[in-house]
Design a protein around this ligand. Structure first.
Ligand SMILES: Nc1ncnc2c1ncn2[C@@H]1O[C@H](COP(=O)(O)OP(=O)(O)OP(=O)(O)O)[C@@H](O)[C@H]1O
Ligand SMILES: [Mg+2]
Length: 365
């Protein structure tokens, strides 16, 4: 499936450092100069979920296979990017291909690390990036409106719908509001998504703080938190530099390091989970002696569609899904006990899978 989260922000704010920490590699060059990254770096990460290890233990599974998510480390954007400034439009195209945005803002003071506008001001920085995304949208909306004029005149139904949506987007953008503020009717949702506007993508602000602020944040991250809340977006506080160090340690060392810092878990885990939630993703499990595995679905997915994530044949030949809620599976100590207690349900084609369901699909091919 591959849900993609783009790491976006001004140059030299710590995007590649964060990417390396997330992917536990040093595959992205991270260095103290602006525009260090040009080509996007793409990496997959495991989605941390304590339930999976627990299920594997109960069922004595030989392998554990977590859910995966993709992060893309994108080049720094600057003011004027939509007009080709900095490294320009190419990067806007990289952002277009993602499902959501992790917007990194610099919340650390460090005289040695260059800031493109010379002083730390995450609110102004975030505004610069948001504005560029909106300007890029405006340009693409205007271009598309011109391109469909003929079809609209000819009465092409799809073009008429598209024009209406493009006009709604333009009206918001012209007021300085991101396209995500437009209320879209359910019957327009598909077309709207196909417009692929940058300012409709959900945003998670990542406050990159210094080492000593990793546990409690600082006044910069407080300001970002407030701004994010006003926009209806979420935020996480992280020290990319520390996270990169932690990612190099083994589990036991990492735990000690975290507790010394006063942190309960790695910031990356919080970030990945927040990204997962932002994309409205959920997890169901398949559990057996061979493997315990987490599968990713969109909220609202039906049982046959969920089966289709494993294999198309499972969806086409779907008969029913034997379903046990995670809590029942864990509390009762496994499939047999859950079944005994009447906690295994046979669910049909219209069943909407719930986060944490342990599923066994029956199908014919
Ligand atoms: N929390 C932090 N505290 C102090 N320094 C940091 C922190 N996070 C990153 N840095 C430093 O900031 C510099 C820039 O980091 P990085 O290369 O990851 O930025 P970037 O956003 O990817 O930049 P570019 O847009 O140029 O690719 C590096 O020297 C890195 O070590
Ligand atoms: Mg970089």
């Amino acid at each position: 499936m591959g849900f993609r989260m783009g790491i976006v922000g001004l140059p030299n704010v710590g995007k590649s450092t964060l990417f390396n920490a997330l992917t536990k590699t040093a595959s992205a060059q991270a260095a103290n100069f602006p525009f260090c990254t040009i080509e996007p770096n793409v990496g997959e990460v495991n989605v941390p979920d304590a339930r999976l290890a627990n299920l594997a233990q109960i069922a004595n599974s030989a392998n554990i296979i977590p859910a995966r998510m993709t992060f893309v480390d994108i080049a720094g954007l600057v003011k004027g990017a939509s007009q080709g400034e900095g490294l320009g439009n190419q990067f806007l195209a990289n952002i277009r291909e993602t499902d959501a945005i992790a917007h990194v803002v610099r919340c650390f003071e460090d005289g040695d690390v260059v800031h493109v506008s010379d002083h730390v001001d995450p609110i102004a920085d975030a505004d610069t990036i948001d504005t560029e995304l909106m300007l890029a949208d405006m340009e693409s909306v205007e271009k598309r409106l011109q391109n469909i004029v003929r079809k609209v005149r000819g009465g092409d139904k799809e073009a008429v719908q598209q024009e209406r949506l493009l006009r709604a987007a333009l009206a918001a953008l012209e007021q300085g509001k991101p396209a995500r503020t437009v209320e879209v009717d359910p019957e327009d949702a598909k077309q709207w998504k196909m417009l692929q506007l940058l300012s409709t993508k959900p945003i998670l602000y990542v406050c990159n703080v210094g080492e000593s602020d990793a546990a409690s944040g600082n006044s910069y991250s407080d300001a970002v938190a407030k701004m994010a809340a006003e926009q209806g977006n979420s935020h996480v506080i992280i020290s990319a530099q520390i996270e990169e160090e932690i990612s190099q340690l083994d589990d036991e060392e990492a735990e000690m390091f975290l507790s010394e810092m006063g942190l309960e878990e790695a910031g990356l885990d919080r970030l990945i989970r927040a990204g997962y939630a932002l994309l409205a993703l959920e997890t169901y499990f398949t559990v057996g002696p061979k493997e315990a595995r987490a599968w990713t679905i969109k909220q609202g997915t039906t049982a046959p569609q969920a089966a289709g994530v494993i294999h198309g044949d499972f969806e086409r030949g779907f008969i029913r899904a034997e379903t046990i809620a995670y809590d029942d599976f864990a509390a009762l100590g496994g499939e047999a006990a859950a079944k005994e207690a009447g906690k295994m349900r046979a669910e049909g084609k219209s069943y909407v899978v719930q986060d944490g369901d342990v599923l066994h699909f029956l199908f014919n091919t």
